[in-house]
Design a protein around this ligand. Structure first.
Ligand code: ADP
Length: 372
């Protein structure tokens, strides 16, 4: 209920005013002088104060000064009700920060309307202020998340960059220092390791740039004509190179000809699904990549025989940084699939995962098939 405080030394006027407002459904408190009035402001925290000016002990101006200096009640709407109608007292009241000024005698309607108008204005102002606060909080939260994302990215990538760098360094050291003792096959293995690590670093750098694009809401989408089967086959071949024969990587395609797609995003989608399939599968298992085109769609499936994904984790799999519990012993950032999802969305496609813990995973990407 809206609370009013009426500070008025004339008992008749005060009790009349209190009756009027009580009949209108307000909760009303009365104070017979300025000192009691100021105490009531702090005790009752009214929504609006009606106050006489000429009163014993503490006059209306002093009450207003006291209210405006009183911390969190200092903004309470304040209306003077007074017999003093001269310009000087009005100006003084308004300068001190009164919201309105009513001269006695006034009718019931006049004072009810003045109070209503003031309360409405205050509620509009409060809603506006609340809106601004909500907006500021939202912006602050976004900024906070952004800066958190940045520091997490820096930490993750600076950690993950070290492994391939160390691998390049040790392979090149071995070739430089022991070249005469290496068989041609061994030497080729070290060179392949360097190639593989460079590719891994390039991929990580690409991921990082894509995260920055996704974060700024502008993941670039540049569709072009792509001879799809050799394109996917080429990526699979690159991965065979990095995998050093640990897995069998099987590729089949029944699609011929060119389709419209974004080369960079599609490479990201395929590379990420493939690198996950290899990472989360035991050595000597098979990873199958299949490309076909049923019902006007281009469908790419990547199936592995690896650790699988617990059912409870499936709904969150494409969230940035999310990693399933059973994957934590492997290196990873939890970012790849979130960019995969964004890249598929930019093509107007979708992705589904069929998996169970311990029995492999199959990711199926479906894109609208646009032949060119
Ligand atoms: P990460 O860098 O952790 O591999 P991703 O965003 O690529 O990040 O994947 C998110 C999570 O999804 C992984 O941490 C893992 O829990 C799960 N995941 C993705 N692909 C596979 C897969 N082929 N087999 C098992 N779990 C997978």
């Amino acid at each position: 209920m809206t609370k009013l405080l009426i500070i008025e030394d004339d008992n008749d006027i005060r009790s009349n005013l209190m009756d009027w407002f009580q009949f209108e459904g307000y909760e009303v408190f009365g104070a017979p002088n300025g000192r009691v009035g100021l105490e009531a402001v702090l005790d009752q925290r009214p929504d609006l104060i009606l106050c006489d000016i000429l009163m014993p002990e503490l006059d209306g101006y002093d009450v207003l000064i006291g209210v405006r200096a009183a911390g969190d009640v200092s903004n309470t709407p304040f209306i003077f009700i007074t017999a003093a109608s001269d310009r000087e007292s009005m100006r003084k009241g308004m300068t001190l920060g009164a919201d309105d000024y009513l001269t006695k005698p006034f009718t019931r309607m006049e004072i009810l309307n003045a109070v209503r108008a003031r309360l409405e204005k205050r509620s509009v102002e409060s809603a506006l202020i609340q809106h601004q606060i909500d907006l500021m909080q939202h912006l602050l939260l976004e900024e906070h998340e952004r800066s958190q994302l940045k520091s997490r990215l820096v930490a993750l990538f600076s950690h993950d960059f070290r492994n391939p760098l160390a691998s390049i360094q040790s392979a090149s050291n071995i070739i430089r220092n022991y070249e005469d003792r290496l068989t041609p096959e061994r030497k080729q293995q070290y060179l392949d390791r360097i190639d593989g690590s460079v590719q891994q670093l390039t991929q990580m750098l690409e991921d990082m740039l894509m995260v920055a694009e996704v974060e700024s809401g502008h993941l670039r989408y540049v569709p072009g004509a792509l001879d799809i089967t050799p394109f996917v086959e080429g990526i699979v071949a690159d991965f065979r190179l990095i995998d050093f024969g640990s897995h069998t990587l099987d590729f089949r395609s029944s699609v011929r000809g060119h389709v419209e797609a974004d080369r960079r995003l599609l490479r990201h989608i395929i590379s990420n699904l493939l690198s996950n399939a290899l990472k989360y599968s035991p050595a000597a298992s098979t990873v199958r990549v299949t490309l076909d085109a049923p019902d006007g769609t281009l469908r790419l499936a990547v199936a592995d025989e690896g650790i699988g994904i617990p059912e409870v984790c499936l709904p969150r799999l494409f969230e940035p940084f999310y990693r399933a519990d059973n994957a934590l012993r492997f290196n990873g950032t939890g970012l790849g699939l979130s960019i995969v999802h964004e890249s598929i969305t930019r093509h107007g496609g979708g992705v589904e995962v069929a998996s169970a813990e311990g029995s492999g995973s199959t990711f199926v990407v479906t894109l609208p098939l646009k032949r060119v």
